[in-house]
Write a protein that binds this ligand. Sequence first.
Ligand SMILES: CC(C)(COP(=O)(O)OP(=O)(O)OC[C@H]1O[C@@H](n2cnc3c(N)ncnc32)[C@H](O)[C@@H]1OP(=O)(O)O)[C@@H](O)C(=O)NCCC(=O)NCCS
Length: 243
Amino acid sequence: MREQLSLYLARQATSLPRYVAEQVLQAALGWVPSIVGVGLRGLAYRAILQMDGMAAIEDGVRIRFADNVRLGQGVYLDHGSYLHACPAGISIGPGSLVMKNAILHVYNFRALPHAGIRIGARSLIGESCILRGQGGISIGDDVYLGTLVQLLAVNHVFTDTSRPISQQGITAAGISVADGAWIGSGAIVLDGVRIGRNAVVGAGAVVTKDVPDYCVAVGNPARVVRDLRRDPLPARQPELVVY
Ligand SMILES: CC(C)(COP(=O)(O)OP(=O)(O)OC[C@H]1O[C@@H](n2cnc3c(N)ncnc32)[C@H](O)[C@@H]1OP(=O)(O)O)[C@@H](O)C(=O)NCCC(=O)NCCS
């Protein structure tokens, strides 16, 4: 029982005093609705996490290992988002938005060397996205992830048929998404993949290989269907484009 308790605590915070401080503050202020709650948390949560300037944290946001979380000026964490930042942490750059029910979980319980989740400036993590950062996830500036996108920076080893897969370890090479890219809703990006600059991933794609800069990839497994520099699309009718 004691062992289970200490395992539980080790997976919630960096120390027992930190666990108490983080839980007390989130229990006291985490539920407060409206702009009042956003203001209170914007001021008080800087006691438990790293905040550059002011961040807007809605009610019902759940943060674990808060000391490993860094939020830039103007970051927005929507209701129901969950940040679990065990080593080596989560950083979200200025002006970036994490929408409702998105889960950012570093999942580093094995001293993985490149674990962590880094998001640049002005990027959007859509509703219910799941980011698993064991191998490291690096998202650049001005990146848009649609709803329900999954970035899974980990694979289980399954080569040994005499043992359950759960006992064969993992590999975790990492995922990167370069500046200006757009990943459509429901896409799944697998470990080791780089999504290039201004690249587009279609809705529902399963991305197993790199998508080069300025290319559009769709399908399962995702295939590049267009290189926007070699084969440009006609400009959209200006009256149909909204900014
Ligand atoms: C990828 C996408 C941007 C392509 O737009 P497009 O350049 O106008 O492409 P087209 O519609 O001309 O399609 C080109 C080809 O790819 C196929 N295709 C397009 N999107 C696809 C998708 N998501 N999955 C599988 N195939 C797709 C088309 O059927 C077409 O195939 P064809 O040449 O055999 O007819 C768009 O289809 C898409 O998936 N958008 C994501 C929308 C979204 O998630 N929005 C909310 C998040 S912010």
